[in-house]
Every structure is written in structure tokens, then in C-alpha cells.
Design a protein around this ligand. Structure first.
Ligand code: SF4
Length: 461
């Protein structure tokens, strides 16, 4: 069976030379970049806003235990129910218990990477539950039996023509090039599902401690519909999403919108703080929040990598990353792709299996420079690499290679022992198939400076 590393390398290599993929992604990321430049105009000092957000998130994560308990206390006060899930399996078990208690057969879901992380769709489908994604991008990838390509724009890799083809094949509608028509098809298909589903599931962009609320931000109104019609609302949220106060949304909602899609503010922003109250006209009869750990406390315990929990999942680092733009989101074979995915996936899914992602970076620094909460992503990637080496996870060939390299570089006579001809032979013999596969290998001069100098001195004497 191929290792995850081998399968990553093969897929990434194929994707990097897929012209159609490159065209679609470049096109979509160009549009994103233009929108972000427009969105940034709302800030007098964007860097200051980023520093404030980084400060708030760092302080909150440092006192995560207190804020989570504050959230629970306030959420429960309004009749909400909080479930703590240490692992993905715990979360799934709890979700299933609610489905059984409600005798539910259908669920409408709004886009949530946390539910992707725990494999909720597959879990529910295996139990015969009709599981309907209601975000347009998610709906498209669900129809195409694919995983989300990007944490914010799941169908970023598909062109209008691709979407039309998927709709024609799966829904039997006539092909069209018109984006509005495609959106209306989705709308027609989904409307009735909201009223039929017994349960609505969302993620949460922020957990607000002081009011016990779950903030959900979206552009299509599908999350609102998913939480209004069904009698039960379950929000599955990672524990790191906590912020202290409702007022903090002022900063975080706009930063998330601008970095995520270039908007000044996302279209629909809601705060859910429990089930429908007596004086309220609509809303669910019951609301649960499942607080998911699933490896996050491992990161919390690591003082160096803790800052990765500050992430607000805006996706900006993916869009800025030259590696992501070339190999695409699916190559990573993880829920979270791009630079932040490469940082956290080895901790969520196993360092041994996913350490290679920390090497899938040119360390150019583009990711860190766009992050709205100033996470030092290049540093964290290096720390992951160091951890994997310290844990002895690098290959024997790599270990021997670096030992030889070190020994040679530490002594001038060792470096000079071989002539240019021998060095060129070594390059061709050992690096042609890997490093030199798609680039011209360096050619060492036949005579080194040292040799030339010695020859010159000899001639003089
Ligand atoms: S690491 Fe920063 S840029 Fe990347 S998704 Fe998280 S918040 Fe956004």
C-alpha cells in the first residue's frame, strides 16, 4: 500500500503539470486577490488590526480552559446543551445519539470543516441518513463525490463548465454556462429539504464566551435556513474557536471577511445562543454545541506550536502559497490543506504519516505575511520538520546524506578531495532522478578556486 507521502508526491506532481487545473486556480485566485485589495481599503491600519487580533487570540488560547467554561455556563443558561468530545469518534457517537433520540432520517448541513475533519458525512450516510450539504460549493463537491478543495471555497477547482456538467449528470438538468442559472438549480433542489430535515448541523466561526453564543458567518443564507426550520440544531465547533467578548466580533468578522473573500463583511452573520425562547417566533426547539478537541490540546500543550490554534480559518495562506497554487487542495489528502494544514495536520492525524507536508513549502513567507492573526507559519513548518527529525522519522538515506554533507562541509580538504569531474558525476548519478528531474543541475567547474590558486602560485615560484 502506498504511503501517504508517496501518494502526496505522485498526486502533487500530476496536478502541478495539469494545465486546466492551473488555469482554473490562477483565474480564481486572481479574482480573490483583486477583491482583497478592494476589501483592505476599509482599514486605516490593517497591520494594527492584525496585531490586535493576534493579541486577543493568543491571550484567549493561553486561558482556553477558563473561556470554554464561561462559554458553557452562559450557553446552558439559555437552555443550550454542551457536549465535550475528546476525539472524532466521541463527537460522532454523540451526534448519533441525538439522531436516534430524535428518530431523525434527514439532516441539512451548512459548510463546516470541523464536520469534514470528523468524517461526519460518511458516518451518517453509512447509517442511512439523508445528508444534504446546503452551501453551494459544498453541494457541488458532494454531488461530485469529492472532498472540499479549499477551506473557504470548496469548489474553487471547478469551472462553470465543470459545475454545469456535474449538474447535468447528477440532477438531469440541461447544460448551461450561466452562473445564475446554476445557482438557481441548487436553490430549487434545496428549498424543500430545509423544511423536511429533522436536524440542522453547522460549524461555528467563533464561540463567544461572555454571551455563550456560536457565531456563524456565510454568504448564502443557507446556515440560517438550516438552523431555523429543523427542530434540532447541532453546532460542531473546535475548542480553539473561542473569543472572549461579543464586541470582539467587530474586529474578527471583518478580518475574516476581508482575508477570506475580500469582502468588507460577509453577507449573513448570526449568533446562535441556544434554542428558541418563548418570545421568539422561530428557531430550533433544541440546540447542542459539540466542543471538539481531537488533537487540539496536544497543540495547546506545545508552547512553540500553540499559536497555530489562533487560526480563524480564513484561507488566505492557501491562496498566497505558491505550492498550494500549483498542487491544489486535494493533493494534501487532509481536511486542512495549504500552509496551515501542513502545520496542524501532522498533529491531528499523526506526525509519522503527515510530516512530509511540512516540507511542502518553499518557506517564502507569503503565508505568514497575509495571515490576519499573524501566525508565524514558516517558523511552525520548520518546527514540525525539527520535531520529525528529533523523533527519528526521517529516512535512513536522508540521515546518511546529511551526515556525509556535514562531514564534507566541515573540512576544506574533504571538499577539495574530489575534482569537478567527480562532483559532476555525483550530481548526475544521485540527484538526476530527484532534484534534477525538472531542472538543470548545477555544473561544477572542472577546477576549483583552490586548485587554480595553487597552480598559479606554483607557476610563480
Ligand atoms: S493560518 Fe492565518 S491565513 Fe491561514 S487560514 Fe488560518 S488565519 Fe487564515
Amino acid at each position: 500500500m502506498p504511503t501517504t507521502e508517496h501518494s502526496f508526491t505522485t498526486t502533487a506532481e500530476n496536478k502541478a503539470f495539469d494545465q486546466k487545473h492551473r488555469h482554473t486556480i490562477n483565474n480564481n485566485i486572481d479574482k480573490y486577490n483583486t477583491a482583497v485589495q478592494r476589501g483592505l481599503h476599509q482599514y486605516q491600519d490593517h497591520d494594527l488590526a492584525r496585531s490586535r487580533a493576534a493579541y486577543i487570540k493568543t491571550q484567549t488560547i493561553e486561558h482556553l480552559d477558563q473561556y470554554l467554561l464561561e462559554f458553557e455556563q452562559n450557553f446552558v443558561k439559555r437552555g443550550g446543551k454542551v457536549i465535550w468530545a475528546e476525539t472524532a469518534a466521541d463527537a460522532l457517537r454523540e451526534v448519533w445519539a441525538i439522531f436516534q433520540a430524535k428518530k431523525a432520517r434527514m439532516v441539512v448541513k451548512s459548510k463546516s470543516m470541523t464536520t469534514e475533519e470528523i468524517g461526519l458525512n460518511e458516518y451518517l450516510e453509512a447509517r442511512g441518513i439523508e445528508n444534504v450539504e446546503t452551501d453551494l460549493g459544498e453541494y457541488i463537491v458532494q454531488l461530485a463525490h469529492q472532498k472540499p478543495y479549499h477551506i473557504v471555497t470548496p469548489a474553487m477547482h471547478l469551472s462553470r463548465q465543470d459545475v454545469s456538467q456535474i449538474f447535468t449528470e447528477k440532477l438531469g438538468v440541461p447544460p448551461t454556462d450561466d452562473a445564475t442559472e446554476l445557482t438557481l438549480t441548487c436553490r430549487r433542489m434545496l428549498r424543500q429539504k430545509y423544511t423536511e430535515a429533522e436536524i440542522g448541523i453547522t460549524g461555528g466561526n467563533f464561540l463567544i464566551a461572555d454571551v455563550g453564543g456560536v457565531a456563524v458567518t456565510e454568504n448564502e443564507g443557507n446556515a440560517r435556513l438550516s438552523t431555523t426550520f429543523p427542530k434540532t440544531h447541532i453546532a460542531i465547533v473546535g475548542i480553539e474557536k473561542i473569543i472572549p467578548k461579543l464586541q470582539d466580533l467587530d474586529l474578527f468578522w471583518s478580518l475574516l471577511a476581508t482575508s477570506g473573500t475580500g469582502q468588507r463583511l460577509t453577507i449573513y452573520n448570526s449568533v446562535y445562543s441556544g434554542a428558541r425562547q418563548a418570545e421568539e417566533p422561530d428557531g430550533p426547539e433544541e440546540m447542542y454545541v459539540i466542543l471538539l478537541d481531537n488533537g487540539r490540546t496536544e497543540l495547546l500543550a506545545d508552547a512553540q506550536k500553540r499559536q497555530s490554534l489562533n487560526c480563524i480559518r480564513c484561507g488566505a495562506c492557501l491562496n498566497a502559497c505558491p505550492v498550494y497554487k500549483n498542487i491544489g487542495g486535494h493533493s494534501y489528502q487532509t481536511t486542512y490543506s495549504g500552509p496551515i494544514g501542513s502545520v496542524i495536520s501532522p498533529h491531528y492525524n499523526g506526525m509519522k504519516e503527515f510530516k512530509h507536508l511540512s516540507y511542502a513549502s518553499s518557506l517564502c513567507g507569503a503565508c505568514g505575511s497575509v495571515c490576519p492573526v499573524k501566525i508565524d507559519l514558516p517558523l511552525l513548518l520548520l518546527q514540525n520538520r525539527a520535531q520529525s527529525v528529533n523523533e527519528g522519522l526521517n529516512t535512513t538515506v536522508e540521515k546518511i546524506g546529511f551526515q556525509l554533507w556535514r562531514r564534507t562541509m566541515l573540512k576544506r580538504h574533504r571538499l577539495n578531495r574530489w575534482s569537478g569531474r567527480v562532483k559532476n558525476y555525483i550530481f548526475q548519478r544521485f540527484f538526476k532522478g530527484t532534484w534534477g528531474k525538472r531542472r538543470a543541475l548545477p555544473v561544477v567547474a572542472p577546477q576549483s578556486f583552490n586548485e587554480m590558486w595553487r597552480a598559479k602560485m606554483k607557476k610563480k615560484s
